[in-house]
Design a protein around this ligand. Structure first.
Ligand SMILES: Cc1cc2nc3c(=O)[nH]c(=O)nc-3n(C[C@H](O)[C@H](O)[C@H](O)COP(=O)(O)O)c2cc1C
Length: 315
């Protein structure tokens, strides 16, 4: 598989608002590839620290590892190998491929779900496999019990109200609705573009959406929180790789994810309240899981790989 094919496979990864905030630089001999944050795709209001940006890049990094392993190539990832904080990782294409290659078919078939799920349950064996997937990448997946789920539903409703009453946040979200078939952003039909942007930018839907989202959380087949031990960029990169591994394993078990990250986004205090539900682990992503019909893919930016002068050697 060529570097371009690896990067195209990595681009199937999920990203916040479908921003696809990654940049790839290959060494001239194509044995190393660097992952950089593309800050032009940042969401300064929704994600002021760039936490979700790095999680998105981590998801793309895991997808690249899957594609390389599928092609029979191992990967050695060196996180944050230089003084540049936007140089998130260097991937050395070498060694024995890991077990990730088995997830290759799910890369393009996985899509984020945005609506309700059928009222069913997720078998404990599947939940155990998802937990193991997160742990394999150094993160933890907390499956919410009934009491924790009530707390999460309440926090999601409250966070919706906080986010939607912020005009800057609404305007930023409105700007990411797009009609393009290629590129970035959240796709809507040509007829829906202007009304969607207008409504999102100008109306505070927080109360209504909060009630609806809380109900979705209460009724979902499973609600999970992906968490890390600390909250540094290294942890976000780990969380992103864990996220993609969990999503691909879930896809293999017939499950899609719908995200309810609002409590992690609305304020540090609300995120701390969610952390208390997890006995102190740091929440990074909140998702409902359930079975869905095949969904339409979202657009992707054209695949680009810059040529680099060479990447630093592993630490
Ligand atoms: C860090 C991160 C945060 C996300 N937050 C949300 C969210 O709050 N709500 C939502 O509906 N989707 C969320 N998503 C999913 C993206 O909208 C989705 O990945 C993107 O639109 C691309 O679509 P796809 O996942 O179907 O390929 C998030 C994804 C990532 C990686």
């Amino acid at each position: 598989m060529s570097i371009m094919e690896l990067v195209a496979a990595a681009a199937q990864a999920p990203s916040s608002h479908n921003t696809q905030p990654w940049r790839w630089i290959a060494s001239p001999d194509e044995t190393r590839i660097e992952l950089h944050a593309d800050r032009r795709q940042a969401l300064p209001v929704n994600d002021p620290r760039g936490r979700e940006l790095v999680i998105s890049c981590g998801a793309a990094l895991f997808a690249l590892r899957v594609a390389a392993a599928h092609a029979g190539t191992g990967t050695v990832v060196v996180p944050f190998p230089s003084a540049d904080p936007d140089h998130l990782a260097t991937v050395h294409l070498a060694g024995t491929p890991g077990d990730e290659g088995a997830l290759y078919d799910a890369l393009a078939a996985r899509h984020t779900h945005h609506g309700p799920f059928a009222r069913t349950s997720v078998p404990p064996m599947v939940l155990a496999a998802l937990r193991a997937a997160a742990e394999a990448e150094g993160a933890c997946l907390h499956v919410m019990d009934a009491l924790q789920r009530d707390s999460v539903a309440g926090l999601v409703a409250e966070a919706d109200r906080v986010l939607w009453c912020d005009r800057g946040w609404r305007r930023e979200l409105a700007r990411w609705f797009r009609i393009r078939r290629r590129g970035d952003g959240l796709p809507v039909s040509i007829a829906a573009l202007v009304p969607t942007r207008f409504v999102v930018a100008h109306l505070d839907l927080g109360r209504r959406l909060g009630r609806a989202d809380a109900r979705l959380v209460e009724e979902a087949p499973a609600v999970v929180v992906l968490a890390t031990h600390e909250d540094e960029p290294e942890d976000w990169l780990r969380a992103g790789q864990a996220l993609e591994r969990v999503l691909l394993v879930a896809h293999g078990a017939g499950l899609s994810a719908a995200f309810e990250n609002q409590p992690c986004e609305a304020s540090p205090a609300m995120r701390a309240r969610l952390a208390a539900v997890l006995q102190g682990h740091v929440p990074q992503m909140v998702a409902r899981l359930g079975p869905t019909a095949p969904a339409r893919p979202t657009p992707r930016r054209p695949v680009r790989v810059s040529a680099g002068r060479g990447a630093p050697a592993p630490r």
